[in-house]
Design a protein around this ligand. Structure first.
Ligand SMILES: NC(=O)c1ccc[n+]([C@@H]2O[C@H](COP(=O)([O-])OP(=O)(O)OC[C@H]3O[C@@H](n4cnc5c(N)ncnc54)[C@H](O)[C@@H]3O)[C@@H](O)[C@H]2O)c1
Ligand SMILES: NC(=O)c1ccc[n+]([C@@H]2O[C@H](COP(=O)([O-])OP(=O)(O)OC[C@H]3O[C@@H](n4cnc5c(N)ncnc54)[C@H](O)[C@@H]3O)[C@@H](O)[C@H]2O)c1
Lengths: 203, 203
């Protein structure tokens, strides 16, 4: 099992390679990847070598090949059906974010307790009470929790009961989940803390 | 300069310690911190030893002392004034997120091109064209960019011109900034990719 921080670097490489490919580039150097991701060229080369990618000395790496190999590793070489619970501010931003779709994460179900029937793309907002029924029909792979924290555990229980094994949680609460369910808690203040750290060492 | 991944761990510890303190706990073990953050007890002890925190064998660490030391390192032992540009879905979620305020990140300016004059807490939405004037009065430390990507560079230029040295960017575009400006790009799909990685290795 690859360390989490390596997966995060692979995710950054993947983003950079997609951008380069979109611009029509064919080759990229470890220096180029380093400049665009902030990862040292050494670490970039180490990561790629670990996954069997060795590039051509003095030339670099074939972008398409690199991108495909990384996608296989992080699982973005296939589509995943995502259920999102909570269509408030944050949820509203996530359902319309094209970055998820381009990486194979397809919004396949939107659940809330209000605005039922509202249309988003080709989806309609469903009531959370109908989660299990809809999950049986659609088959969700991943769940995203963006409801107020007092409802987060209950929503997690519903998702897990319907077979979801991986959850992205934005609610500021530690969720209680079985051992075989992967949960990732996102706290955006962590990013602000990374900035305040840099600001305070510069003072 | 501490590696970014260490700062991210410190941020997780800080969150866990704050929760424990709120519950009235006084002591915590490296095992306890490990269980709540997913960081190995070994790494937890390593991190704390590096910062001069050694705990008491068989007992653990003093939560208050640990929390205060970490806050000093990541800069959350003081307040920072934050300007946010773009009060759409994502921006709307960020201005009302209590997690920022509890860590000393104070929303001190909200800017958009519409809904000018709308009230949020004790702030009014201002037009981005007035950024510089307001920045002179308020003195922003950090900027958050949550506008559509086509406007992000322009907003970054405005923030930097007014003296902001650290920016959190959510727009899916690489921003061009001077060497002395710290920029952190957040892509939430990275978290979904961490989940798809775990899902694919389990298959
Ligand atoms: N992790 C972070 O950094 C961060 C940042 C901002 C917000 N948040 C958190 O994300 C969550 C959402 O934030 P927001 O600003 O979008 O809040 P919001 O109040 O705008 O949206 C919450 C939505 O959840 C819906 N909801 C309530 N109970 C529900 C249930 N049982 N099932 C389905 N939907 C339900 C509400 O009707 C509403 O539409 C909150 O928990 C907030 O604290 C986290
Ligand atoms: N990084 C991620 O994972 C992630 C996830 C979701 C959204 N996003 C990005 O975050 C940004 C905001 O997303 P959203 O869903 O809130 O979009 P949104 O369209 O709801 O909000 C954008 C807001 O910016 C305002 N705006 C436009 N031009 C402006 C300017 N020059 N100055 C100030 N404000 C201006 C708009 O009036 C609007 O209120 C987008 O760039 C989106 O792609 C990123």
């Amino acid at each position: 099992k690859i360390p989490e921080v390596t997966i995060m670097r692979l995710s950054s490489y993947s983003r950079v390679l997609n951008d380069a490919l979109a611009k029509g580039d064919k080759i990229i150097s470890s220096k180029g990847i380093s400049a665009l991701t902030g990862v040292s060229p050494d670490q970039v080369r180490k990561d790629f070598a670990y996954f069997g990618e060795f590039g051509v000395r003095g030339i670099g790496y074939n972008i398409e090949e690199l991108k495909n190999n990384i996608s296989k590793i992080i699982g973005t070489d296939r589509n995943w059906k995502v259920a999102i619970a909570g269509l408030g501010h944050l949820g509203g931003s996530l359902v319309s974010y094209p970055g998820f779709l381009t990486r194979g994460f397809i919004m396949a179900g939107i659940f809330d307790v209000k605005n039922i029937g509202e249309k988003y793309g080709n989806l309609y907002v469903e009531h959370i009470d109908n989660f299990e029924t809809i999950a049986k029909k659609v088959g969700f792979d991943l769940g995203i929790i963006v409801v107020p924290k007092e409802f987060a555990q209950n929503v997690a229980d519903i998702m897990i009961k319907s077979g979801i094994k991986a959850i992205l949680n934005f609610a500021p609460i530690m969720l209680d989940v079985p051992e075989n369910v992967e949960i990732k808690n996102v706290d955006l203040s962590m990013f602000l803390e990374m900035l305040s750290y840099y600001m305070s060492i510069k003072m």
